[in-house]
Design a binder for this molecule. Structure first.
Ligand code: ADP
Ligand code: MG
Length: 650
């Protein structure tokens, strides 16, 4: 610092310095360049946009569009700071509909790269090429080129080495670049997008692809099968989009995308609105997935609060939130009334000509046909009860209308458990000898009681079944309430794990290898996880381009479920979720075996034998008392609570 008396003179910064400072805000990383150039192309009315990056954008970022192009004069203006064709005055800001409007991006980008702008309007005979090196204009030429604009950004940050140092590895930066393209590609029906990395095409979205098809191309077909369209109008907002059924949730908001007047945006109210729409339908701690496209009068939104224009503010935040909630809710209600109505029309088959099987699979994952559900459990060894009823299908753990129960006929379907529960007494006494007789420990696992439950009273009658869903079991000074589905699922799951431990992953060669087509952005992910999959009994081999084939699977897996399981796990892997062998094992068992499907469900009326077998199974359980998906199996009401309610005690 200089001395106090010597107050620094105020100066206007030279243009190139100002540009570099602005670049700090606008050009955080290669993906920011991709985003800005894409937005310019969209603002120019392009219907086809190709993005090419080399070395994750450090060497080259090139965006080519077929938009309206620029005259030479405009092109020269466009690279000046605060030069924009999109607004003229501050009042225009209020009604801005274009992606850009600050007129900073090109100048900023050109100040930190070797920059080439090539552009031509359809009506001009020749185009213009402008070269700028680190903010210094090198030359302007007339050249022959096709209508539209191409911006090439070479050697980003070549003159600001400090910024270059802050860049992350190739995979991370590339991931951000793909993300930037995907985000726009999701919402812009009518615009085709291609993304190349080092000449390899990673994303190819045709112009005419619908929202559903776009989601399928980006997140994978297995994903989109469990999604439904939303549509509606509330409080001045037109809302449409596509959301996952409650069967398809995430632990994070990684798969929630909101667009306001076609701009990808982040806004709390919209996120909460989506959550609100699913309230009561999905487990706490999980988030719905979806793409929500909103349109409203630009005056109701302020987009000018964030340098990258990602965050927005509404005139009335509450109204926006409620609008999303109401539209989502209404659309979900429309599908959940008739159980089979999850309408997942197969996407346009012409988009997937080479792999017709994936495009035509009729049954969404959550809705296996009744015949599949009626199949006997995969490993009867330890599954106490085969499915008692075929009338209830896999569905969200949601407030369901009491399902019809065809109990009269179910005893025929019931065969006593092959192995354990029948002579369960010895096992039980053994256990209670080992474990303390009383709940002992507390556990904070999402509300699931963490105690060790061994104090289940010996009673002669079968446990009572409540609402065709819960089993009531007295246990010392408390009443235990068991969720029959969660419990059965857990028992089936445990027996699969046991079998794996005993027999290992005995993989069986598939007669016909299963071809997997993955999203282009996932090819790398598959390649780098082949070993991990093999370790859990799924052998995958490259099969050219973005296809792979599964050649062998563990004997416990259901061939029909493996494909979906792999797709789902890939989705999570490509979102950056980390999988180790344990996690992969438990996920695959959960997804690729029938542990869940073969289990009794909420709403199934159970015979006394079935109830007894379940409770016997429960006695053998170790904490945590949760199903493989993490839902609690048991809750309790203590005598103390009851006595308090009746004011017998304080
Ligand atoms: P902004 O997008 O905020 O206006 P930019 O610096 O990104 O600022 O772009 C400056 C101007 O250059 C734009 O207003 C537009 O007129 C013109 N421009 C930029 N990219 C393109 C393009 N791909 N096609 C046509 N015109 C473009
Ligand atoms: Mg712009």
């Amino acid at each position: 610092m200089s001395s106090k008396t010597d107050s620094p003179a105020v100066r206007i910064l030279p243009e190139d310095v100002a540009n570099k400072i602005a670049a700090g805000e606008v050009v955080e990383r290669p993906a920011s360049v991709v985003k800005e150039l894409l937005e310019n192309a969209l603002d120019a009315g392009a219907t086809r946009i190709a993005v090419r990056v080399v070395a994750a954008g450090r060497r080259l970022i090139e965006v080519t569009d077929n938009g309206h192009g620029m005259s030479e004069q405009n092109a020269l203006l466009a690279i000046e700071r605060h030069a924009t064709s999109k607004i003229r005055s501050a009042t225009d800001l209020e009604g801005v509909r274009t992606m850009g409007f600050r007129g900073e991006a090109l100048a900023s980008i050109a100040s930190v790269s070797r920059f080439v702008l090539t552009t031509r309007r359809a009506k001009d005979d020749a185009g213009t090429r402008i070269r700028i090196d680190g903010g210094v204009l090198r030359d302007v030429e007339q050249i022959g080129t096709s209508p539209g604009t191409k911006v090439s950004v070479n050697r980003l940050y070549f003159n600001t080495p400090v910024r270059a140092k802050f860049l992350k590895g190739i995979t991370t930066e590339l991931g951000h670049c793909i993300d930037a393209v995907q985000r726009h590609a999701l919402a812009r029906e009518g615009v085709g997008f291609q993304f190349f990395h080092n000449d390899k095409i990673l994303l190819d979205i045709p112009e005419h692809a619908s929202l559903r098809e776009r989601v399928a191309l980006i997140w994978g077909l297995s994903y989109v099968k469990d999604m439904v369209e939303v549509n509606g109008e509330r409080a001045g907002f037109r809302i449409r989009g596509i959301v996952g059924t409650p069967a398809l949730t995430r632990s994070q908001r990684s798969h929630q995308f909101f667009f306001m007047n076609e701009r990808p945006v982040i806004n709390r109210s919209l996120q909460y609105g989506l959550d609100d729409g699913f309230r009561g339908l999905i487990t706490i701690g999980r988030h719905p997935v979806g793409v929500i496209l909103m349109e409203t009068h630009p005056r109701l939104v302020d987009v000018n609060i964030h340098p990258a224009k990602r965050e927005i503010r509404f005139r009335d935040e509450r109204a926006a939130r409620d609008a999303v909630r109401d539209v989502v809710r209404a659309s979900l209600a429309a599908i959940s009334t008739p159980p089979q109505a999850v309408p997942a029309p197969p996407p346009d088959p012409t988009l997937w000509e080479e792999t017709p099987t994936r495009g035509h699979e009729p049954a969404p994952a959550a809705q296996p046909p009744a015949s599949v559900q009626a199949a006997p459990p995969l490993t009867p060894a330890a599954a106490p009860i085969p499915p008692a009823s075929t009338t209830v299908s896999a569905r969200p753990a949601a407030p369901q209308p009491p399902a019809p129960v065809t109990n009269g006929t179910s005893p025929a379907a019931y065969t006593p458990p092959a192995a354990p529960p029948a002579p369960a007494r010895p096992a039980q006494t053994e256990m209670s000898g080992v474990l303390p007789p009383r709940p002992v420990a507390e556990d904070d696992d999402d509300g699931a009681p963490g105690a060790v439950y061994t104090a289940i009273d010996e009673i002669d009658e079968a446990p009572l079944q409540l609402f065709d869903t819960y089993l009531l079991v007295p246990g010392g000074d408390r009443l235990l309430i068991i969720d029959q589905h969660a419990l059965h699922e857990r028992l089936n799951y445990d027996s699969l794990v046991q079998e794996l431990q005993d027999r290992g992953y005995a993989s069986q060669q598939l007669v016909v290898p299963m071809v997997l087509e993955v999203a282009p952005s996932q090819v790398k992910v598959v390649e780098s996880n082949l070993k991990l999959f093999a370790q859990v009994g799924i052998e995958i081999e490259p099969f050219g381009g973005n296809t792979f084939q599964v050649t062998a699977i563990c004997h416990l897996y259901d061939e029909k479920l493996v494909r979906d399981a792999v797709y789902r796990i890939l989705d999570e892997l490509s979102q950056g979720d980390l999988f180790d062998k344990e996690r992969l094992q438990s996920d695959i068992l959960r997804l690729a075996t029938r542990a869940c499907k073969a289990s009794v469900r909420g709403g199934d009326r159970l015979t006394p034998e079935e109830r007894r077998a379940l409770v016997d199974g429960f006695r053998r359980l170790r904490p945590p008392y949760t199903c493989p998906h993490g839902r609690p199996i048991i809750t309790e009401i203590t005598l103390r609570q009851v006595e308090k309610s009746f004011r017998r005690i304080q």
